[in-house]
Design a protein around this ligand. Structure first.
Ligand code: C2E
Ligand code: SIN
Ligand code: SIN
Ligand code: FE
Length: 405
């Protein structure tokens, strides 16, 4: 066992201090939980000189431990979940709050190969320590495998890992809270948006999702930052929120609206603007611009204010392309669905008229992805359960996967 190799002393106060300072500096500024966990795992891998570090967090609701495992190149992460009451090593550490050190992992029947299978990695030696907060509550487990010198983990390793876990705990707690608030905010926005669209659309969810995705891809294609694009993505479902103020006999009219009725219909932009006016959060401020200006046209012939060209906020110029494209592709009480390619030709034809030519040019560049999204739409709707949890979260790679199904 590890106790046999006791030639390495435990950490000196100086060593501890240096470790803490360096580690603390690197993890203290990161609020995004996934990023934070990546950084912590990287730091630990380097500091302990191990083949791998895996961080498991407790999901109290589902009574599970989960970890996102980076896989292959790029950003693909696979989520591993293990039952908290199971007999895996990490579950035992989480339950007992005691470290477990395995000099030969595969010979221990408690060892779970779930992570090895995902990463195509063979664990030889393994050390798992509890991640506890200030109050002593277990938040998860830090697990490391395979020291570079091929020796079993010893007391010094355990000391370092426990120290790093202690230091990481508060950053992880803060990032988790921050994420919970963010998810709650997105969920609220999404549910509000569904409310607005509920009456006049059979396929509210896919409509909102598609508009989000198209807006996001357009923003990226225009060279906006990922952060800005995500804000656009998250705000876009609210663009028609003002429709809540419209009477059924207008919104749900099966045929063409009379000019008077259309005048009333136009007011959904103004209502949306009022509903979202003076918002404090960035995402609602963005949604305010989008809902108020998403029917303005590049040539000045839109509503409610007849703004022209760059007087129209960029985000509204983006969503209008996404909105019209999607509106054409689906059926409404008043119209049949167009073919995807016909809708595409319409968007191109409106360049410089309804739409900003730069955004139409960007739409051309993303059209291959958009087309896939719409050809996969039927299959997609059937597969997807009603899931408010990460209502509009996606990444371009995931979206391509869906599109290819
Ligand atoms: P919406 O159905 O979400 O459509 C959004 C926008 O997509 C429309 O804005 C329009 O620019 C474009 N669009 C949708 N369908 C067509 C189409 O068949 N042909 C063309 N060329 N463009 C289309 P718009 O026109 O300002 O309308 C705003 C909203 O007013 C629509 O949102 C819809 O809720 C309502 N609406 C518009 N026309 C009618 C209608 O004839 N009957 C009814 N019941 N509602 C209508
Ligand atoms: C930007 O505003 O960040 C550049 C893209 C644009 O103005 O359309
Ligand atoms: C940006 O922040 O990237 C562009 C600002 C804008 O045009 O709204
Ligand atoms: Fe609208």
């Amino acid at each position: 066992m590890s106790e046999l190799k006791n030639d390495t002393p435990t950490l000196s106060a100086d060593e501890k201090l240096n470790l803490l300072v360096e580690f603390g500096a690197r993890i203290s500024c990161e609020l995004r939980l996934d990023k934070l966990l990546d950084i912590i795992a990287q730091q630990i891998t380097r500091m302990l000189n191990v083949g791998r570090c895996t961080i498991f967090l407790k999901d109290g609701e589902r009574k599970e431990l989960w970890s996102k495992i980076a896989q292959g190149r790029g950003l693909e992460h696979t989520e591993i979940r293990l039952p908290l009451d199971g007999n895996s090593i990490v579950a035992m550490v989480a339950r007992t709050g005691q470290s477990i050190n395995l000099p030969n992992a595969y010979e221990d029947e408690r060892f779970s190969m779930a992570v090895d299978m995902v990463t195509d990695f063979r664990t030889h030696t393994m050390l798992a320590v509890p991640l506890k907060n200030n109050a002593g509550k277990v938040l998860g487990v830090f697990q490391v495998a395979n020291k570079a010198d091929q020796q079993p983990f010893d007391k010094k390793d355990e000391g370092i890992l426990l120290l790093l876990a202690t230091l990481a705990a508060s950053s992880i707690e803060i990032a988790k809270l921050y994420q919970d608030v963010h998810v709650a905010q997105l969920e609220t926005i999404y549910r509000l948006a569904v409310t607005a669209e509920y009456r006049d659309q059979q396929d509210t969810r896919s409509h909102l999702k598609n508009i989000s995705i198209i807006s996001y891809l357009l923003a990226l294609a225009l060279g906006l930052s990922k952060k800005h694009a995500e804000l656009i993505k998250n705000a876009s479902p609210l663009h028609d929120i003002g429709k809540v103020a419209l009477a059924d006999h207008i919104l749900l009219k099966p045929g063409k609206l009379t000019p008077e009725e259309f005048e009333i219909m136009k007011s959904h932009t103004v209502y949306g603007g009022r509903i979202l006016e003076g918002a404090h959060s960035k995402v609602l401020q963005m949604a305010h611009k989008m809902s108020l200006y998403h029917h303005e046209k590049w040539n000045g012939n839109g509503y409610p204010h007849g703004l022209k060209g760059e007087e129209i906020p960029l985000e509204a110029r983006i969503i209008t392309v996404a909105d019209v494209f999607d509106a054409l592709c689906v059926s409404r009480v008043y119209k049949k669905a167009w073919k995807t390619d016909d809708a595409y030709r319409y968007i191109l034809a409106e360049s410089g008229k309804a739409f900003d030519p730069r955004i139409v040019a960007a739409f051309k560049r993303i059209y291959a992805s958009v087309r896939k999204l719409y050809s996969a739409k039927n299959a997609d709707e059937k597969q997807e359960p009603a899931q408010p949890h990460h209502p509009i979260s996606f990444s371009p790679s995931q979206e391509n996967n869906t599109a290819e199904n």
